[in-house]
Ligand binder design. Sequence first.
Ligand code: ARG
Length: 450
Amino acid sequence: MKLWGGRFTKETNDLAYAFNESLSFDQRLYRQDIEGSIAHVTMLAKQGILTSEERDQIIRGLEGIRADIESGALVPDPTQYEDIHSFIESHLTERIGEAGKKLHTGRSRNDQVALDMKLYVRDQIPELNTRLLELMEVLENLMREHAETYMPGFTHLQKAQPTTLAHHLGAYYEMFRRDLSRLADTHSRLNECPLGAGALAGTTYPLDRAYTAELLHFECPTANSMDSVSDRDYLIELLSDLSLIMMHLSRFSEEIILWNSNEYHFVEIDDAYSTGSSIMPQKKNPDIAELVRGKTGRVYGHLMALLTTMKGLPLAYNKDMQEDKEGAFDALDTVMACLTLFTGMVKTLRFNQDAMKSSAVRGFTNATDAADYLVKKGVPFRDAHGIIGQLVLRCIEKGIGLDDLPLTEYQEICPVFQNDIYDAISLKTCVEKRMTYGAPGELIQRLREQ
Ligand code: ARG
């Protein structure tokens, strides 16, 4: 059932119809579509374009359709209807007759679909926020629990300086905090209402766009009707926000996979979030973390796809824009699922504190602190760097750490060393003395004070 048969003398080719239809995927916009239509007719009646009886009839009809879609009594059929807009409008007319045909007065599917997608994204942002906040809460609890769990910090995947698990997890906490604020930015920019822009050039009916914007809780109506129907920037921003969330989840996943490996053994992923091998009975694989890392690619892909779709489009609406939906929906679904599963996995991780600590002790992560010890005793830093380098070499030859090297050997290379060197390079000192804002020692203090 078409909304536009009047001008045509032939039926659409079957393949062309199937190629064109979007109901199979835009049916998930039914709630937003109905919400927008209710606002539209409310405004039409206020402006005297429809009578209040017609308005009430239409609203009741739309509410009935919504209830029936929700109960499953009414199932959108993509072989009969082109998109969610025509599906709902046709059913409305079937149900209430003449008044139904007046719903679309002063409106086009172009401003309608622009509105529906904005409403949909706006409804999804709080869901994303909730999931991000749940993950951040899990991280906060782990940080409190592991304020003093020592581990090596890495650069180039080589042990660098000692830090704490809380500090390492805190880095991810900051990333997710930025993700939240990016979503808030996206929300604030998309919060202008395109309804009333018509096909591209507004309408000759005396619509009150400020009123529909207000009814739909938008900040204001969009200022240019051509831009209103052809702007997909907010979806690109959303996809970029989602890509960054995935990038953060993927980096974190990569670390969990490494840490869960036999070699690191820093963490053990709970059985509930691991899977086995069909052939190797000993295996317990970090599939969830790997899948989160893997799904990052498809979310990036949706961002690139929409950027590319939009790049050559002349104003105003072009059907290319229908391609915005599947990617945006899939990206949203993917990120929601990844956040939920990832949070469950992190919450149930078991941290092997002994392995982390002994890894920090074994890797010369205190070499910088040994050099700083000499600096505090008046040795220039460059010289101190060279001296500790020689001592490290000696330790490597002996297969021991700086903590185990006898004082006499320290003094052979530099007489400045005294017995207090051992305390100066202990893991505890190395971590707790790092008191600059944002450093692991300062974090210990911050967490203690909480
Ligand atoms: N299904 C279309 C879309 O998602 C709705 C807008 C159709 N407008 C049009 N002029 N064909 O973009």
